[in-house]
Design a protein around this ligand. Structure first.
Ligand code: PMP
Length: 284
């Protein structure tokens, strides 16, 4: 693979970052993941807007313009021959030359790293036909989950717990309410209404979430933005998750209980179709 580091395109085994990089020592960095279908980037502008917001919240300079990022995404897709897959982008506060809790002086160059992952047939994931089984896990992450930081250890632990219990993912629960999945936003459908947690510091403001809710409203579906419990989810007609890489993924079982008929429901299936169709149309 060819990867991108601070303006250079290098073979992956020649790309390096300092041991003093604040991303490495302090998880002082943010990231984005953009899906690629047919060689084109999905929801690119949305991901760039959220990147800027994450950087602003951490008072970190944005070293590149949106157009620079677009050029770099396209260059990596072309150089690596990606038809379907992902582009991962990470911006960290860079290398101050030593370890220190205080942010480095202004002018310290942020580190920008980008790489691709090839995922042939990404839009035809077989799991979309059968749905995911999930378990609930207490949400023990920090209180600013709206900032997309590279501090992913707790979601990683929750994913491992899900694996150990033989299922696909975990939904995180705080004060009895579902916040989100380990790397996706969580939804239920009841009586035709689509219910998903309202935006706050408690969850990541998913780019796919924003698009799916917009398409749902345009299709005259009822949307309710509020939190819900695992009990309510188990009693729902359908459940699903959204993310840039899973698109709309049905959830058919929660903590061993089938959701609805325990098969992929019509609302999740339709939203997946609409999302894929519309986001391909606006891909760049
Ligand atoms: N929540 C969390 C915790 C995530 O990590 C992700 C994926 N990065 C999402 C939600 C979904 O966000 P998006 O639709 O922008 O990929």
């Amino acid at each position: 693979r060819t990867v991108y580091v601070n303006g250079d395109y290098l073979p992956e085994d020649q790309a390096t970052v300092s041991v003093f990089d604040r991303g490495f020592l302090m998880a002082d960095g943010v990231y984005e993941v953009v899906s690629v279908l047919d060689g084109r980037l999905l929801d690119f502008a949305g991901h760039m807007a959220r990147l800027q917001r994450s950087l602003d919240e951490l008072a970190m300079a944005n070293p590149l313009s949106e157009n620079d990022y677009l050029d770099a995404h396209r260059a990596l897709v072309a150089r690596n021959g990606i038809t379907d897959g992902l582009v991962y982008l990470q911006v960290t506060r860079g290398n101050p030359g030593d370890r220190d809790f205080a942010y480095p002086p202004e002018g310290t160059r942020p580190t920008v790293v980008m790489f691709t992952q090839s995922k042939p047939g990404l839009a035809d994931q077989p799991a979309a036909k059968t749905g995911w089984r999930i378990v609930s896990v207490e949400d023990l992450r920090w209180g600013r989950r709206d900032i997309k930081t590279v501090q992913l250890l707790f979601p990683s632990m929750a994913k491992m717990e899900a694996k150990a219990r033989g299922v696909d993912d975990a939904w995180l629960v705080e004060e009895g309410k579902v916040t989100e999945g380990t790397s996706n936003n969580a939804y239920i459908v009841k009586g035709g209404r689509i219910i998903t947690r309202d935006l706050s510091h408690d969850i990541l403001h998913g780019i796919t979430r924003a698009a799916v809710l917009r398409f749902a409203r345009e299709a005259q579906m009822q949307v309710e933005e509020r939190s819900f419990t695992i009990d309510e989810a188990q009693a729902a007609d359908e459940a699903f998750v959204t993310s840039a890489s899973a698109f709309v993924m049905p959830v058919v079982e929660i903590d061993g209980q089938p959701v609805g008929a325990g098969t992929v429901g019509p609302v999740a299936a339709r939203l997946r179709e609409i999302y894929l169709e519309e986001s391909r149309k606006s891909a760049v």
